[in-house]
Design a protein. Structure first.
Length: 320
């Protein structure tokens, strides 16, 4: 009876693999698959990418700093988060297992995702702000929602007056991790206007208006086409028929961010950085304004900014 039950389970498993087009013979064990302890993890990380040579993998649960070990916030997080040195899952959906690690570099704590791209090539993405000095360990755990592998990231608030932790739920999207939304919006957008101010350097300064009809305008002011400083001459006015697929991709991104629900003002904690302003006009006449000093309001917004700034060069702009 046990033999028949085992045989039946084996048949079911093989049938499931066949439905998913999984070739068991041609699924080699990767280096990430073979990691089973912290020492193996550290050896892998230092050889996976040149940028990780100085990264020290460690679990927040075993950090030995006397000050942090006695922190009430650490005790709270220790009770919430399972004690794991790393997470494994296929976050980017390419069929290969990826890693999430925590640790420190240059005395600042962070969490990183190492995505297996095949043939021992890896893509490294930060799950914590890259421009912040984080003195408290970062905690992560793996969850699944709606069939998607998500990462919960817990870290101490960067505010000096807030002694609680901040939780982010991240999903892999368009080459990076952004905040997960249970139900993306379905906005009908009739106009998107955005522009940037200067910084202490050669940050691009411009204004742009894009429309679903395609007719769009681009006012290039400074440092879009040239990094030469000292010139007061603006770069010019341009117009184009925006590619419909590009406008739709921007709208889709705003839907996935639930942009109406985001804050209207964001600001980093340093000076001499750049500001971006966005004004979205919806089909019902309502408006959404966002002003972001430092352009790091949320992970999703940063990805949106990349798409918006790329429009300066991936369209057929004609000078007017």
């Amino acid at each position: 009876m046990k033999y028949l039950l085992s045989l039946f389970c084996c048949i079911i498993f093989l049938h499931s693999c066949a439905k998913k087009n999984i070739n068991l013979k041609n699924s080699p064990i990767t280096k990430i698959d073979s990691i089973s302890n912290l020492n193996e993890l550290r050896k892998f990380v230092t050889n996976a990418d040149e940028a990780l040579k100085q990264f020290m993998c460690m679990s927040p649960h075993v950090y030995k700093s006397e000050e942090l070990a006695s922190s009430p916030l650490k005790a709270k997080l220790d009770s919430l988060i399972p004690k794991k040195d790393y997470l494994k899952a296929d976050f980017d959906g390419n069929g290969l297992i990826d890693l999430v690690i925590t640790g420190s570099v240059n005395f600042s704590f962070s969490a990183l995702a190492i995505l297996d791209q095949g043939d021992e090539n890896y893509k490294v993405l930060s799950l914590t702000p890259s421009n912040s000095f984080i003195q408290f360990p970062v905690y992560t755990q793996l969850i699944t929602k709606n069939g998607k592998q998500l990462i919960e990231v817990y870290q101490k608030s960067l505010s000096l007056v807030n002694e609680d932790f901040v939780k982010s739920v991240l999903v892999y999207k368009d080459g990076n991790f952004i905040e997960y939304q249970d139900e993306p919006a379905d906005y009908q957008i009739s106009k998107i206007e955005f522009g940037t101010a200067g910084c202490f350097g050669t940050c691009p300064v411009f204004d742009m208006t894009i429309l679903p009809s395609g007719k769009s305008k681009f006012h290039a002011k400074y440092f879009n086409f040239s990094q030469q400083r000292g010139s007061d001459e603006e770069e010019g006015q341009f117009e184009t028929e925006l590619k419909p697929s590009d406008f739709n991709a921007i709208v889709q991104m705003m839907n996935e961010l639930n942009i109406k629900d985001l804050e209207s003002n964001y600001r980093v904690g340093w000076t001499d950085d750049q500001t971006i302003k966005i004004k979205v006009t919806f089909a019902d006449g309502s408006l959404k304004f966002i002003q972001d000093y430092g352009m790091q309001g949320t992970r999703g917004l940063m990805l949106l900014y990349e798409k918006l700034l790329a429009l300066r060069f991936n369209q057929d702009w004609q000078r007017i």
